[in-house]
Design a protein around this ligand. Structure first.
Ligand SMILES: Nc1ncnc2c1ncn2[C@@H]1O[C@H](COP(=O)(O)OP(=O)(O)OP(=O)(O)O)[C@@H](O)[C@H]1O
Length: 264
């Protein structure tokens, strides 16, 4: 609904290319993300997915093209610029510290403090209240946010990392392989979380190798092959086979037949 009402995409990737020496990691890639839309980036190993999310997150600068974000159409050139424009990224390693609890992990590096006249000490009650608010906004259930992260499940760790990413109320959340190595129930939990990010009107970019997850959660799928965008499809207009063909570059039986029919 938010996507229907919005006047412009929340983020525009425009003709992005990047070279590493003689290697073209990305060539002329463009796509948009609208508010309240989940866009999946899929492709085989080496297709350019990680490089593309690093460019969207401002960690890498494209050799050509740009990423535009927000009403002001800010061009993303640095990680700080991406964060300021409202783009938050959750990388696969999650950067969760095992010895810290959920509240400490959520506020890692941006702890809330009491005013200077009260000694500038950490404001734990305020952080706990804010943590409860953010966790419940995504319906994340962690019994005791004061136990160390080492005792959390894989799905809970991913949930904490995603909750941390929305502390600053970003417009776009980028998730790198959020369901990798998760069991069935935890995977369902994380997919539900992605749906709630969408309901909140955020744009979500998900990198995934799992086509089942992609079909379940993505409103649109961008397929990369050897650094180029080969296909962009919307929900309900493609099959798993279509995605596999686009990813591998090998036509399936139906496509071969259609091509044969056309040429006769
Ligand atoms: N810093 C770099 N220096 C040289 N080549 C690089 C660099 N970063 C990426 N590449 C190359 O760019 C191409 C795309 O890599 P990238 O990691 O983006 O692919 P990917 O789709 O994320 O793959 P995977 O699914 O295996 O993570 C690869 O050929 C890779 O070797």
């Amino acid at each position: 609904m938010a996507a229907l009402l919005a006047q412009q995409p929340i983020i525009e990737v425009r003709n992005v290319s990047i070279h590493f020496g003689g290697i073209s990691a990305l060539t002329d890639v463009s796509f948009d993300v609208w508010p309240g839309e989940v866009v999946a980036l899929v492709g085989d190993n080496g297709a350019g997915k990680s490089t593309l999310i690093k460019i969207i997150s401002g960690v890498q600068t494209p050799s050509a093209g740009e990423v535009l974000c927000g009403e002001e159409r800010t061009s993303i050139r640095t990680a700080h610029g991406a964060a300021a424009a409202g783009i938050q990224t959750v990388y696969q390693d999650l950067a969760i510290c095992d010895n810290l609890d959920t509240v400490q992990n959520l506020f890692l590096g941006r702890e809330l403090r009491r005013p200077w006249y009260s000694g500038n000490r950490l404001n734990r009650p305020k952080m706990e209240a804010e943590a409860r608010r953010v966790l419940s906004s995504l319906d994340v259930k962690i019994k005791d946010p004061a136990v160390p992260a080492s005792s959390l499940s894989g799905g809970q760790r991913q949930s904490v990392a995603i909750c941390r990413s929305i502390l600053t109320d970003p417009k776009v959340v980028v998730l790198d392989e959020p369901t990798a190595a998760l069991g069935v129930a935890q995977r369902r939990q994380v997919l539900g979380l992605i749906e709630r990010l969408r309901e909140q009107g955020r744009g979500v970019i998900v990198v995934s190798h799992d086509l089942g997850d992609v079909q379940q959660v993505a409103d649109r799928v961008v397929v990369l092959r050897l650094g180029r965008k080969v296909v962009e499809v919307v929900r309900g207009c493609y099959s798993r086979e279509d995605l596999v063909s686009a990813i591998t570059g090998v036509m399936n039986d139906q496509q071969l037949k259609a091509e044969k029919d056309q040429s006769t």
